[in-house]
Design a protein around this ligand. Structure first.
Ligand code: PEP
Ligand code: MG
Length: 554
């Protein structure tokens, strides 16, 4: 383990893989011949126009947008342009050398000014220079690294943040100032960021280091030891805890994919743990309501607590999902003409409010004993999500008053099983910590096709492009909002679908015990490089058959 001290630009604690971004400086050519001058000027004009025309950083706040785009004004400066051109035309400098010398001169002048604010402008110039040279001299992109990562770069610019912001969990740069535009942008996006000038970037390149970044203590831990990891375990967000669990498999491209279990009893979970599960992605609680008696809060609490204490891995408890195919002696719902379109899942909660409250209290109380999360089935509207969240808040208040422990930060998720939840997902996503796609129901509702009717089996197709597009939409929106997507429908247990689901970006498979290890094995063998054309095809698949053919032909 190595520890470095830096200074923090923004706050946060993260754990992740280091990915380095820097260019080799030593091959910049110094002089050019007279007949190369015109070519260098054209290269410069092209470079400028690519920055001036398309490089605006766009954010919702207009004032902030202008601030973040000050670097464009710095580029669009007659002094800068003329100096670079003169160096090419009069001094026979290569474009790269002319840029380096011009920016060097500007920074030297700024450094002589007696103002911290102006000195921070140096970092803006350095980051622009870095980008110019990187654009001109190398095609180096960040290698295909599908997981989120901590970016280590010598100089940071708003453009780099913009380019990688969906996958960045934190930033470390060697140079920089607290008020540089890149720093303001990182702060605005709440990306933890430390500046540390003692790091040797050459040494870090391609080493795939693990890193804990603690912006509160202003420390960077490279390859942290077990003791340090344990100290930070509690402080880290659950989305990063996956890096700490050695059992979690990753693809050949370093993407971690959690494989959890679908269970409906403690005994099944014991088998899962022996099988090497990464947690429980779906605990079906309907068994509690199979007899005609109402299960007491205490009875439920004991079951959930036992589960929580059996592991430190996450356990997703789905609140009771009664109705349609899931009959219950206790609830005795009225006969309906279309039970699958009637009272089921969330939709019975208001009617059976007392039962819901007992159930939620038991789950919340058990959350004090392990890593429990709550998940709600059959969500259709935003109001449903807001209503249940409010019920959970009310129970939390009650427990606090009663001085009963529970996990204050218990994660809240919903199942994506209805087309409405798919199409409203850009709104629903703001209200949840995670989601799980229930393909058993999603396919039946998407294709208007009874999941239990054997005559419908041909139409009931998980590979149908409408289903694939739904999954793609949910994952895309979830990831843009920093949320995890699990899949607990049977599609996740289909061995032939593993590659497709990894490509679609599923973070967690929740599967039956019989296939758990087989799926882990397939994830380890998965190489993204074999499917580079997948996203070109994703909107071109016309039938389920064509999706299957794509994978058969690989
Ligand atoms: C689903 O619908 O995919 C799901 C996991 O829930 P259930 O099968 O219990 O309805
Ligand atoms: Mg379902």
């Amino acid at each position: 383990m190595r520890i470095y001290n830096g200074f923090s630009v923004s706050n946060g604690i993260v754990y992740g893989k280091v990915v380095t971004l820097f260019y080799e400086k030593n091959f910049i050519q110094d002089k050019i011949s007279d007949n190369e001058k015109e070519r260098e000027i054209i290269r410069f004009e092209n470079l400028l126009s690519s920055y001036l025309e398309v490089d605006r950083v766009k954010v919702d706040d207009k004032k902030l947008e202008n601030l973040l785009n000050v670097h464009i004004e710095l580029i669009d400066d007659p002094f800068l342009k003329d100096t670079v051109k003169n160096k090419i035309l009069i001094e026979n400098k290569s474009l790269e050398k002319a840029i380096e010398e011009t920016f060097g001169h500007i920074c030297f002048e700024l450094n002589n000014l007696d103002s911290d604010y102006m000195r921070d402008r140096i970092y803006d110039y350095i980051s622009i220079q870095d980008e110019f040279i990187r654009d001109l001299t190398s095609d180096e992109e960040i290698e295909i690294y599908e997981n989120k990562f901590i970016l280590f770069t010598e100089n940071l610019s708003p453009k780099i943040i913009e380019k990688y912001k969906e996958r960045l969990i934190a930033i470390v740069s060697k140079n920089g100032g607290r008020t540089s535009h890149a720093s303001l942008y990182a702060k605005n996006l709440q990306i933890p960021y430390i500046i540390c000038d003692s790091l040797d970037f050459q040494e870090l390149k391609n080493k795939n280091f693990d890193c804990i970044l603690d912006c509160n203590q202003e420390k960077i831990f490279l390859n942290p030891d077990d003791e340090t990891i344990n100290i930070y375990k509690k402080l880290l967000k659950s989305s990063q805890k996956e890096f700490l669990d050695k059992n979690i498999v990753r693809t050949k491209n370093n993407r971690y994919v959690r494989v959890c279990s679908n269970i409906s009893s403690f005994e099944e979970f014991e088998v899962s743990l022996k099988n090497g599960t990464d947690g429980c992605g779906l605990f079906r609680t309907e068994f509690l309501y199979m007899s005609s008696e109402s299960p007491t809060e205490e009875y439920q609490f004991k079951i959930f607590k036992k589960l929580a204490q059996s592991t430190d891995k996450p356990i997703v408890i789905r609140t009771f999902d009664i109705g349609a195919d899931k009959k219950s002696k206790f609830f005795r719902l009225d006969e309906e003409k279309n039970p699958f379109l009637g009272l089921r899942g969330f939709r019975i909660y208001k009617e059976f409010y007392k039962e819901l409250r007992k159930h939620l209290r038991a789950i919340l109380r058990a959350s004090a004993f392990g890593n429990i999360k709550i998940m709600i089935p059959m969500i259709t509207t935003l109001d449903e999500v807001l209503w249940i969240k409010n019920e959970i808040l009310k129970i939390k208040d009650e427990l606090r008053e009663e001085k009963i422990d529970f996990d204050e930060n218990i994660e809240f998720g919903i199942m994506i099983e209805t087309p409405a939840s798919v199409f409203l997902f850009d709104i629903l996503v703001k209200e949840v910590d995670f989601v799980s796609i229930g393909t058993n129901d999603l396919v039946q509702y998407m294709l208007a096709c009874d999941r239990e009717n054997s005559k419908m089996q041909q139409l009931y197709d998980c590979y149908d492009p409408s289903v694939i597009r739904s999954i793609h939409r949910v994952v895309d929106i979830a990831h843009r909002n920093g949320k995890i997507v699990s899949m607990c429908g049977n599609f996740a247990s289909e061995l032939d679908a593993v590659e497709l689901l990894i490509l679609l970006g599923i973070d967690e498979f929740s599967v039956t015990n019989d296939v758990l290890q087989k799926i882990k094995k397939k994830i380890k063998l998965f190489d993204h490089n074999n499917y580079l054309d997948f996203f070109d095809n994703i909107n071109k698949f016309k039938t389920g058959r064509s999706v299957i053919n794509y994978f058969d032909n690989k």
